[in-house]
Design a protein around this ligand. Structure first.
Ligand code: MG
Length: 221
């Protein structure tokens, strides 16, 4: 019996990952760091500073300076903003409406800290989401891949762990869902080899939201 579904946002609700990946690639190259779009997908969910630091260690075998972190992250943010707002992931709207019709709690669990998040969600999915059912960057101290964000969502939702499902697209997000003790579905909406999600611990890896809808229908919820 499923009572709640916890959705990640980037790459699950909105098709924002191609823009993030491109922006990371541009910013890193500008400062002479080796980093490509695939690396961006692998690192999705990490803080900007930690991504830059790890990349600097891989490229130059040293820690990044504070100035490098600030400059690269600024360049990445500027590039990302210049690309405009991403559209929803194909098929996600049908999944959300199916859950809503069946009275299942719909949650957002994201590391994003955009202030305009609720407005964007409401614009694309009217009456689906609520502020009370949201865990964002402002609600956590550690973030993914720690269990914290999904565990907090579980506690706030009031449902049992066996009654909840996590939907993620990123390996670090999958780890977070599993650490929280939840059944975690990896939907591979990006360019990663699907086995990366399986290796991160996903209970199930699906190629798209159409397959997720089929899966939820088969649960007879
Ligand atoms: Mg994601």
């Amino acid at each position: 019996m499923i009572k709640a579904v916890f959705f990640d946002m980037d790459g699950v609700i909105f098709n924002s990952m191609p823009r993030h990946a491109k922006a990371w690639e541009m910013a890193m190259h500008k400062y002479g760091f080796n980093f490509n779009a695939y690396d961006a997908y692998l690192n999705e969910g990490r803080t900007g500073a930690s991504v830059i630091n790890e990349c600097c260690e891989n490229t130059y075998h040293r820690q990044a300076t504070q100035q490098e972190i600030e400059q690269i992250y600024h360049a990445k943010t500027e590039a990302f903003n210049s690309f405009g707002m991403p559209e929803p992931i194909e098929g996600i709207s049908d999944v959300l409406h199916f859950l809503k019709e069946h009275g299942i709690q719909i949650w957002i669990v994201t590391g994003s800290g955009q202030h305009s998040l609720m407005e964007r969600l409401d614009k694309h999915f009217p009456a689906i989401f609520s502020r009370e059912r949201m865990i964002t960057a402002y609600d956590v101290k550690i973030g993914k891949p720690d269990k914290e964000p999904y565990y907090k969502a579980l506690l706030k939702s009031g449902v049992e762990a066996e009654e909840a499902i996590v939907v993620e697209n990123a390996p670090l997000g999958v780890k977070s869902g599993k650490e929280a003790g939840l059944f975690t579905i990896g939907v591979n909406t990006g360019i990663l080899d699907p086995k990366v999600l399986k290796e991160a611990g996903a209970d199930l890896v699906l190629p798209d939201m159409k397959q997720l809808l089929e899966y939820l229908r088969d649960l007879k919820i």
